[in-house]
Design a protein around this ligand. Sequence first.
Ligand code: HEM
Length: 200
Amino acid sequence: MRFVIWFGALLPAWYALIRLSVEIQPEWMRESFIFLEQFIPFTLTKFPTDPLKFLTDLSGDSAFWLLALTLTFTPVRVFLKLNLIRYRRLAGLFSFFYALIHAMLFIGIDQEFHVGGVIHEVLTKPFIAFGMGAFVIMLTMALTSTKKLFGLFRTWHRMVYIAAVLIVVHYLMSHKTITWDHISMAGVLISLLVLRLIKR
Ligand code: HEM
């Protein structure tokens, strides 16, 4: 199971590397990717038209889905009586890993580490404020997720549900028009939160 999480969680990172290295790939590699493309619903052989947007969306989506996975372990234990809780920390840390890349792309590349610029964006764009709120919660959770500190900060880790709500709002607000795809993706996190409430 640990291997499955490592493998699945690192796929977006591999995908980003493949897309960004398209121009320098040897011919045999390019040909294998053209072959692979027949079986998967996304391209491997085109350099992204807007690399910053490509990486921001990919890291945001990866953090989102890995957070959803993290929230799945409790309902799976309660409703299916399958205890996989020991893998929750790993999935959570991978979610944070992509959230960190996502946040750093914004702070480092979009805002060029200009603190004033970041503060201005947080204060003037609500969707950035919601994302930042979720990121700060995830950061504190990652820092207190060691065996020693988790015992002390167990209650604080319930904030993951607040983070999930902030992320749903951030995600929906980050699009100019909301499609059924967006609603279904948000619906996954909301359903996991509702399952949690039912359990209480
Ligand atoms: C420092 C905090 C954050 C900032 C500044 C930020 C910023 C952004 C920006 C600029 C976009 C792109 C909007 C566009 O395409 O025009 C975006 C989209 C997104 N963000 Fe964040 N974000 C933050 C935190 C998070 C966190 C913590 C998550 C999830 C765990 C997340 C998940 C997403 C998702 C899923 C998208 C949509 C990607 C897509 O359309 O495919 N964000 N965010």
